[in-house]
Structure formats: structure tokens, C-alpha cells
Design a protein around this ligand. Structure first.
Ligand code: TEU
Length: 560
């Protein structure tokens, strides 16, 4: 890194995170399911790409109702993924290459097969209120009107205990009762157990849902998710976070990434910074193509809204706190299909989005396959694997759709399965992911889009990611530079300036297929503009004259 003036350095600010979805990354034993030894085989690949941190989605013992976000034992590895020895080996292999590992912490809920829930359901006194149990009639009389994130009521009736239990996600994911001190003790003990194994931090699943209003009252029925005022940022949330910090994280140099529902930048400032989370995964920019609806509402990208949200987060967290930057993950469709063009301009738009991701202030998160520009897939009904998508189809058929064909466009544009198709390593059968039958379909486009082909092609999306990762590592301004939005009203181009000391970068990203003319003279003055990186050949370094951008063109000029 260059020597920068007065910045508040942290290793996790300078890092690039790579998200591994183990089930779909690399299958070493031919059972069709990706596994930890498979990841170990690819550690050199990650090293070559240049990433610094691996975030591993859940690999714990689980009945897999929600692909591992339903945990039956926090301290053991699910056999499909391998053994604890395999996991130790992975940690070692990463550390040997100066990479770090952060684990997924899912403590809003467990699986209904976790022994705590099994005991609680049987009426064992010690576990009696580890979960949220409430009386109610078995027939259609849930204790309150809260809705589940996966559709329908957030309550299910348990015949054995003769009561309802709360689940904000699937019925196989009962919510833990954080009011119970024993629950908190157990969670903190488990976290320390992992930290002592030498992990480098946690990504914490839906962590601002852990506190619920006492008595679990009805929520206002105003559309959206009913009850959220009682379970998002609930009354004791700050106390729980403080306790968690004091009892597990304090004094450890770890990275903590809180996934938070409905958090805005203002609220985020209360959660990040010293003694808080390193950064938060928020959802605001995941709504820029849903109009006034939720995730299944298909609308055009609203660039103005994207600028507003990104700028708000950049500015609000500039002084204190830090941004987590992402365009896709295991819960979202593929970025290039969603925000770019996965047809004619796949390569250009994937590179434009990469430029955008790597030139904002914050820590970029790359989701497996993003670095080769993987795309969404087609989904016949029987090919769907995700519980959220299954529920959506069932509810749609029940309420408004005549047949699956009516719902298909929503599933193909938004289903989480799009992110979960196997990593495309080569043009071989099953994209080189597995020698068995993959648990989920392989994207047909693997013959064209795969790591092997990307390696060989100097102009590939993969090499572009390599270049951006290098640049960011070389120049502090990418990491620590201040952000300032330019051309706020431009309808096609997202432009901004980054400054650090005497250094200055100008970034322009064309988010559409048009070819807008752009006058950057007022920002460049009479300075020489050095084109540092771009996704097309360009030689106009004289910004005194207007430039014309090509479809999805991105340029980063160095004005220093
Ligand atoms: O996701 C939280 C979350 O809000 C998502 O379920 C989101 O509503 C949905 O995916 C949008 O399509 C986390 C995990 O990332 C997700 O994989 C889990 O299913 C969920 O929590 C429950 O643990």
C-alpha cells in the first residue's frame, strides 16, 4: 500500500472477501454435493485470484431444509460437507497463504432437529423457554399475525407440545428466545469455541431479528411483512449486541459482518464502529429493481434510486463505520443478469459492475462465479430447489397464477437458485463441478462461461477482477479515499470522485446499452487524465473535450 495520510487502517477494510457457497463450489467425492475437501482443492485458485478472506456459508450439521441455515449442531460439520478435520485443514491451507476465514453464525433460529428444540418440544424444564412457545387452537388460530419471510404465518402448531412456536423463516427454523439468559450463554460459549479454533470472524445471519417485543403482540397490517416493528431492531437488541461483544469479541482482532433486515444508513451508524460490527450487509440497494413491491416484483433498474442509496451509505459511514459492498450473494440472482446484460454485453457489463464494486469505499464481497460473469438459469418447476421459491410458487398458484408459466418469469429473474447453480470450472460435463449427479441443475451456459476458458482469455471478466484486486491492493485511495457523487441527475451514468490527500480518481459507469456523451471537463480542469482501468480500449485522455461512452462502458481516470 502507498503511504496514506491519517487513515484508520484495519485489515478487513483492505481485504477483498470471496463468498463460498459450499454446496455448489466443488464436489470432491462425486455425491453431487460440494464439500470442504473440494474447497481445499481450490484454495490455490482463490489465492491466484488474489482474494484475502473467505466467507463460508453454513457447513454445520443440518437437515438442510434451508441449505444449512437450519442448524442442528453448531459444533459439528455436516457429513455431506466432510469432517471437522477437513475443516481444520481448510483453515490451515487458507492461513498458510495469508488468507482468512469467516464463518456464518446463524443464531436467530436453529433447526427443529437441534437437541435444544427437541428437548423443548418434549417439555424438558431446562429447555422450556429456549424458543417462543404460545398457546392457541390447533385449528387456524396462530398466537399473532406475524408473517414469515418465506411466506405464510410465522407460527406452526406442534402436536407433541400442544402449542405454537415462532419461526420467522421456515417451519423447520424455530426462533431462539434471546430473553432467556441460558440461550445467550450457550450462544456465546459456542462463538468462543469457534474463535478459539482460530477463525477470523463471523458473518452473522439476520442478526437484528434476535430481540422480539415482550408478549409478541400483533403487528400493524400495512402491507409488507406483518409484525416487523416487533422483531426488527427489537427492544433489547443493543443490550444483546453489547453482551455479545463483551463476552466473545472484545480484544480479538476479528471481522464481524452483521446481516441486517430493513436497516438504513442512519440506523447502521448505531451498530458499526468501535465495539460494534465491522460492517453490515443491508438490503436497500436490492430493491432498486422491484418498483414498489417486494423481491418478486419485476421492474426496471432505477439508477436514480441506486445513486441515492449508495451515496447515502457512502456519506453516512464516511466518518465512522465502514461499508460492505456487494451486488450478489447466495440469496440474490446473478448480478450480471440483474443489473447488467447477460446477452450481447455480458462481458462488458460484468466488468462495469466489477469496476463499480471495487471503486466505492468499503470492502468488496465477490460471490463465487461472479468473477467469471456467471448468469441466471432457466427454471422448470421440477428443477426448483429453494424453499423460498417453492413456497412462492405454491402461494402464487393458490392466489393468482393459472399455471407455473405465470410465475416462471419471477422465478427466473429472482429465485435464489440462480446463485446456487454449480460453480463453472470447465466446459466438461457438470461444468467440472462433480462427477456425480449435481444436487441442482448446472447452468447450460457453462460451455461458454467457465474458469478454464476465462484463464486462457486475457480479456476475460476473470482477468479484469484480477486487475481490480491488484489495483486496490496497490493504492490506498481505492480503499480509503473519500467519495463524492458527480452528475447526480444523469439518467444513464453513475459517476463519482474519490480523493485521498493529493490523489484523485474519477469513475464513470454506464449502466445501460446507450452511448451517452459525457462532459467531464468541469471535474478534470486542465489536468491530464490517465485512464487507469476500463472495459473497452480507449485512448481519449483529454477530458477537456466531451467523451462518448459505449454500452456498459466503465472508466477509472487517475487525475493525481
Ligand atoms: O437471509 C435473510 C433474508 O432476509 C433472506 O431470507 C431474504 O429474505 C431472502 O433470501 C431474499 O430472497 C439469511 C440467509 O442469507 C438466507 O440464506 C437464509 O435463508 C435466511 O437468512 C434464514 O436463515
Amino acid at each position: 500500500m502507498t503511504d496514506a495520510p491519517d487513515v484508520d487502517r484495519e485489515w478487513w477494510k483492505e481485504a477483498v472477501v470471496y463468498q463460498v457457497y459450499p454446496r455448489s463450489f466443488n464436489d470432491s467425492d462425486g455425491d453431487g454435493i460440494g464439500d470442504i475437501p473440494g474447497i481445499v482443492e481450490k484454495v490455490d485458485y482463490l489465492d491466484e485470484l488474489g482474494v484475502d478472506v473467505v466467507w463460508l456459508n453454513p457447513v454445520y450439521e443440518s437437515p438442510m431444509a434451508d441449505n444449512g441455515y437450519d442448524i442442528a449442531d453448531y459444533q459439528s460439520i455436516h457429513p455431506e460437507f466432510g469432517t471437522m478435520d477437513d475443516w481444520e485443514r481448510l483453515l490451515q491451507e487458507l492461513h498458510d497463504r495469508d488468507m482468512r476465514l469467516i464463518m456464518d453464525l446463524v443464531v436467530n433460529h436453529t433447526s427443529d432437529e437441534h437437541e435444544w428444540f427437541v428437548n423443548s418440544r418434549e417439555g424438558d424444564e431446562q429447555y422450556d423457554d429456549y424458543y417462543h412457545w404460545q398457546q392457541g387452537d390447533a385449528e387456524d388460530d396462530a398466537p399473532n399475525n406475524w408473517s414469515s419471510f418465506f411466506g405464510g404465518s410465522a407460527w406452526s402448531y406442534d402436536d407433541e407440545r400442544g402449542e405454537y412456536y415462532l419461526h420467522l423463516f421456515d417451519e423447520k427454523q424455530p426462533d431462539l428466545n434471546w430473553r432467556n439468559e441460558d440461550v445467550r450463554d450457550e450462544v456465546f460459549e459456542m462463538m468462543n469455541w469457534w474463535l478459539e479454533k482460530g477463525i477470523d470472524g463471523f458473518r452473522m445471519d439476520v442478526v437484528n431479528l434476535i430481540s422480539k417485543t415482550e408478549g409478541l403482540p400483533d403487528g400493524a397490517e400495512v402491507g409488507g411483512l406483518t409484525g416487523e416493528e416487533h422483531f426488527v431492531d427489537g427492544p433489547n437488541i443493543e443490550q444483546y449486541f453489547e453482551e455479545m461483544y463483551e463476552r466473545t469479541l472484545e480484544g480479538r482482532d476479528v471481522m464481524t459482518v452483521g446481516e441486517m433486515i430493513n436497516v438504513d444508513a442512519d440506523r447502521a451508524t448505531e451498530y458499526v464502529g468501535e465495539e460494534g460490527f465491522s460492517m453490515l450487509i443491508h438490503f436497500e440497494h436490492m430493491g432498486v429493481d422491484t418498483g414498489d413491491g417486494g423481491k418478486w416484483t419485476l421492474a426496471d433498474l432505477d439508477l436514480g434510486e441506486l445513486k441515492r442509496i449508495i451515496t447515502d451509505w457512502q456519506e453516512t459511514l464516511a466518518e465512522e463505520g465502514w461499508n460492505c459492498l456487494y451486488l450478489s450473494n447466495h440469496d440474490q440472482p446473478r448480478a450480471v443478469s440483474r443489473f447488467g446484460d447477460d446477452g450481447e454485453y455480458r462481458r462488458e457489463s460484468a466488468k462495469m459492475l466489477a469496476t463499480f464494486l471495487f471503486t466505492l469505499q468499503g470492502t468488496p464481497f465477490v460471490f463465487q462465479g461472479q468473477e467469471i460473469g456467471m448468469t441466471n438459469a432457466d427454471w422448470d418447476r421440477q428443477e426448483i430447489r429453494d424453499v423460498e421459491a417453492e413456497n412462492h410458487v405454491d402461494i402464487a398458484l393458490d392466489e393468482w397464477a393459472d399455471s407455473y408459466e405465470d410465475v416462471r418469469p419471477q422465478i427466473e429473474a429472482r429465485s435464489r437458485d440462480n446463485a446456487r447453480t454449480p460453480m463453472q470450472w470447465s466446459a466438461d460435463e457438470n461444468a467440472g463441478f462433480s462427477e456425480g449427479d449435481p444436487w441442482i441443475k448446472v447452468n447450460e451456459r457453462h460451455d461458454e462461461i467457465n474458469v478454464e476458458a476465462a484463464h486462457e482469455d486475457a480479456e476475460s471478466v476473470w482477468h479484469f477482477y484480477r486487475e481490480l484486486i491488484d489495483l486496490r491492493e496497490d493504492r490506498d485511495i481505492f480503499v480509503y479515499g473519500d467519495y463524492e457523487l458527480l452528475l447526480p441527475d444523469h439518467s444513464e451514468v453513475f459517476a463519482y470522485r474519490r480523493t485521498l490527500g493529493d490523489e484523485e480518481l474519477l469513475v464513470v459507469c454506464n449502466f445501460f446499452e446507450g452511448e451517452p456523451e459525457l462532459d467531464l471537463s468541469e471535474f478534470a480542469g486542465d489536468r491530464e487524465a490517465d485512464l487507469l482501468v476500463g472495459n473497452y480500449d480507449a485512448d481519449d485522455e483529454n477530458l477537456a473535450e466531451p467523451i462518448r461512452l459505449r454500452p456498459y462502458e466503465a472508466r477509472v481516470y487517475d487525475l493525481s
